[in-house]
Design a protein around this ligand. Structure first.
Ligand code: MN
Ligand code: MN
Length: 421
């Protein structure tokens, strides 16, 4: 299999633009496997190849990134709201110390349950002390970061996290983030509400600046003059000193008589619970069963080897927001209608699959495909199509799909999830 990057992607685009994508083989198979609905859809039904060309204005690099949009599989039908988005295509807000970019429901209408943020903090870069109405889940994708939080019982925690680690800050609990040496950090946040915005959080600088000085003096028990140099504008992200103090020193300095939170707000990469391991890859779990504080977000990290498939399935309890980390994947989403649309996914992309909509994920590259599935739920739940059919009355399945019972008997019965198993 070739990767759909660089030259090969452009070649594919050129092939699509030239209208030579319909082969005799695919036209023949369309008679049995193509879209059966009327009016007939799909390139397999086009009789004059000129109808397939795309002579209008286009950006070949951008368009070539999505071969499944340019030349959908014959089985795609009827369109559906866009379920593909990408951090690669949104502007950064940059300040001294780091940057962030986001995809909220305002940008990505389908994404009602999750707003996504991609943030980079250089070494010593600080995301200002703040809080918000939504819970914040995050995965570290690069480097080293120090997080602080305090819970509703006055129990503080400070922790250093690295690539693959998670944190979860419940709604309303205040926190801070700081990039550490040698090269700061990068991470992706999922807020548990699609309307959330990283650029609209409750900032400690804003509140202090907008409180009468005599109230500040009373509230903190110090003279009014002590506040004469407070910033009158928020900081959001700012550059601080490096190196940061040793973790143990900070831990001692912030210690409270109430003690530490009983369950940590950070989760280590090594603690993902192995759910699936087949020759085609692995699925690891972090939900409230093993990341105890993560009561509104359940997540998995999925690795699919070249040629592997995360088999046809759906999630009965929540929409799936997925974040693509490595490799090249292809997903088709199925809804009533019927509607079925296919998209390609690359590092930095986001996908969104509504609750109970059918889907699969295929590794179409020649390297491992790694992505995370994120759900606004306390538990990860999934129904496997092959598992269901294998455990339904065999004559009923045979009649429904016009299959020989001996074929159904070969369906996987033990939820391999990643196939071939
Ligand atoms: Mn936050
Ligand atoms: Mn899924």
């Amino acid at each position: 299999m070739e990767t759909l990057s660089g030259l090969s992607r452009r070649r594919l685009l050129a092939a699509g633009a030239a209208g030579v994508v319909v082969t005799a083989a695919s036209a023949a198979s369309a008679a049995s496997f193509g879209n059966p609905d009327q009016p007939a859809e799909g390139a397999v039904n086009v009789t004059n190849p000129k109808a397939l060309t795309d002579p209008g204005p286009q950006d070949p690099d951008l368009a070539g990134n999505e071969p499944a949009f340019l030349n959908p599989p014959a089985t795609d039908v009827n369109g559906m709201p866009q379920f593909w988005a990408s951090f690669n295509l949104v502007p950064k807000r940059i300040q001294n110390g780091g940057w962030a970019r986001q995809i909220t429901q305002e940008d990505f209408k389908i994404s009602t349950t999750i707003a996504g943020v991609n943030m980079r903090l250089g070494p010593g870069g600080v995301r200002e002390l703040h809080w918000h109405q939504q819970a914040e889940w995050a995965v570290m994708t690069y480097g080293n970061c120090r997080v602080t939080i305090i819970d509703e019982n006055g129990r503080p925690e400070v922790a250093d996290v690295k690539e693959g680690d998670l944190w979860y800050f419940p709604a309303g609990l205040p926190h801070s983030l700081q990039g550490l040496e040698p090269d700061g950090c990068e991470f992706v946040i999922a807020f548990d509400n699609g309307d959330s915005s990283e650029f609209n959080t409750l900032l400690v600088t804003d509140w202090i600046a907008h409180t009468p000085p005599e109230v500040l003096a009373k509230s903190f028990g110090v003279p009014v003059e002590a506040f004469k140099n407070i910033p009158v504008h928020s900081k959001w992200i700012y550059q601080s000193n490096v190196p940061a103090p040793p973790l143990a020193d900070v831990e001692a300095q912030i210690a409270a008589s109430a003690g530490k939170p009983p369950n940590p707000y950070v989760f280590r990469r090594a603690d993902f619970k192995p759910l699936v391991e087949t020759k085609s890859g692995t699925v690891g779990l972090a939900d409230s069963t093993n990341f105890l504080v993560s009561k509104t977000i359940a997540a998995t990290v999925v690795t699919i080897k070249p040629g592997g498939l995360r088999d046809m399935h759906w999630h009965p309890n929540a929409d799936e927001w997925n974040y693509w980390i490595k490799g090249d994947g292809r997903v088709t989403v199925f809804n009533t209608g019927p509607q079925a649309i296919t998209a390609n996914f690359h590092p930095g992309d986001i996908g969104y699959v509504k609750k109970a909509f059918g889907h699969y994920v295929e590794n179409i590259g020649d390297t491992d495909l790694v992505y995370m599935e994120v759900f606004r739920a306390d538990r990860f739940e999934e129904v496997s199509l092959s598992d269901w059919l294998a455990h339904s009355p065999i004559d009923m399945v045979a009649e429904t799909l016009n299959l020989d019972p001996s074929v159904i008997a070969q369906f996987p019965k033990d939820r391999p999830d990643l196939v071939p198993a």
